[in-house]
Design a protein around this ligand. Sequence first.
Ligand SMILES: N[C@@H](CCC(=O)N[C@@H](CS)C(=O)NCC(=O)O)C(=O)O
Length: 242
Amino acid sequence: MIAMHQVNSGIWDYHNLAYNSIIARGFMELKLYHYVHCPFCIRVRMGLGYLQLPYQSIVVPYDDEATPIKLTGVKMLPIMEIDGKAMNESLDILEVLDSTNSLQLSKIQKDEMYPAFTALLNKLGSNVHNLAMPYWIYTPEFNDSSRSYFQKKKEVKRGPFKELVKKQATFTQDILKDLTEVADDLKPFYKSSEFTMYDILLASHIWGLYVVPEFQFPEKIHKYLQRVKEICHFNYHQDFWK
Ligand SMILES: N[C@@H](CCC(=O)N[C@@H](CS)C(=O)NCC(=O)O)C(=O)O
């Protein structure tokens, strides 16, 4: 859980085809800077696991502003450093890493249902954050300083965590309503017999609910998440215990 300090200044141009072919040949060093709780970071971790790409995992303390700003100019994770060049935006990162397009990201983004899916993801994501944030801050990812930084920042947008906890039943109800719909669309993967990027996007957005002791996933969704975990060789807590 230590932020990286030896960083390189180059910003990665993700449309650079030369780099893509380097990636395809596997001649690269990958470093992922991430927050354990962050769904966009989990996306990338799941993608890396699915693609079986070895990488250095760097969990950045939430109150460390210097590391991400030095890498990309903004305090936003995930950041992927590929052979010393840093980039952000989870979907752009996944597009570069998946050089053979096995997860069909570009195809999915052209789907008629993609805008509705994105809206569902945003709604789910917001409720998941409201429900889970007061718990995430007590996982080993945080210390007193990063916990207080996180809580202060998030409370500006969402209100006091104490109030969020009081509204647990409402958030849970909304999440379960959406998950019931999702469950109907599992064939056994999201609207497909094949595993695709949809499954990574969905699973990464709801995974953090496992940290909330009061929340119980519907059985079908739990089994689906465990299947995604297997396919992506994903271990949410791996960085806590290294
Ligand atoms: N569009 C970005 C979103 C990433 C994002 O929102 N990251 C949040 C964590 S979940 C972040 O870094 N927040 C920093 C902060 O608010 O201090 C992506 O897909 O990578």
